[in-house]
Write a protein that binds this ligand. Sequence first.
Ligand SMILES: [Zn+2]
Length: 450
Amino acid sequence: MPLGPVKYDLVVRSRHTVLPEGTRAAAVAVTGAAIAAIAGYAEPLDAASDVDLADLALLPGLVDTHVHVNEPGRTDWEGFATATRAAAAGGVTTICDMPLNSLPPTVSVAALAGKRAAAAGQCWVDVAFWGGAVPDNDDALRPLHQAGVTGFKCFLIDSGVSEFPPLEAADLRSVLGALAAMDALLIVHAEDPAEVKAASGRDFGLFVASRPPVAERRAIEKVIGATAATGARAHIVHLSAAECVAMIAGAKAAGIRLTAETCPHYLYFAAEHVPDGATEFKCCPPIRDAVNREALWRGLEAGVIDCVVSDHSPCPPALKAFESGDFGAAWGGIASLQLSLSVVWTVARQRGRTLDDVARWMSAAPARLAGLPAKGRLAVGCDADLVAFDPDETYAVEAVRLLHRHPVTPYAGRTLTGRVRQTWLRGTALLDPDRGVPDDEPVGRLLNRG
Ligand SMILES: [Zn+2]
């Protein structure tokens, strides 16, 4: 490694630097926006700025591939400025925006252009975009792919918004065939409407029972069948039903190009502890019981579930129907972009997992999923997206400190372990060191796949 007279812009040192090959004492040297060298922790290096984190961990910035920003069109739910500020505070340096809940949804090149125009100049972290696959937008898939989307999202059940309808089984097959021809990824909300019942009222158990594991199972079976038949790449978003882990493992073992994610709330909460009427816990598929949670963790630890991403999906508090506590009426979505790292680390650490595991699940694997090779790793040539993380600090979640638009969260009052102390995006420190919030001009960029 050429470590001689080079002058770096930034050096960040840590005794616990989380590198792709494992955690060790190291110094990450940055020139411009990129990591230029990985050196020894105490190595003398000429740098404009030299930061020694000592025993704080140094992680690659998180890549959250499942974020609903909702701008333009439903910016009163969440927007680029608020979402990306929350991301920066939580150690997330790249988000991939979901194609629905904004108006229009990202199902055409024109809509993608509208997204980019809305996002430009107000992103504190880097932002990439998923396209949408809906009935009758077949002709838009290739142009969207060429325009740089990270892949395509589809639903197999009502999405909650009428402008983003689900695919039927036959559509799923033809979309996967079209995407296979361009080696593009399809990410799937996998619940089968034939197995889902309507639910209303304050009883959380009834709500969970209305969206049973078999709904996920039947939908994932369809995805596996269509993926096997077409040779396409597919990814199951927000897996909740742990009984599907074995089926996903079997598909992978058979060479089917399938991956899966789960979310912090499925790994942290258990249905039997959710109070009736507590609609801040509503999401679809639902949070299930503690036995299911344990099995999800085992699927993650075994490598069957590839990534953990937030499914950050906020809405105005009125849409959560807090007064009635009616799970049928409330919008389904949990906002946790700023808390994901702490939530996952809190439980992972109790289970004897390491920050290497967390960085694999929350940085490297999602970056690979979204086709962002410069992201998710502390390696020479990658973007200098860094997180200083105190793995021992505990804190109680206060909703007022959350930076997304409506600070409603089921994590309020919970004590979490592990706190972000600083986030660097392409070598630029984002957070005011005293307040832990972004304070400067937004320096995030809009990314294309690749
Ligand atoms: Zn989602």
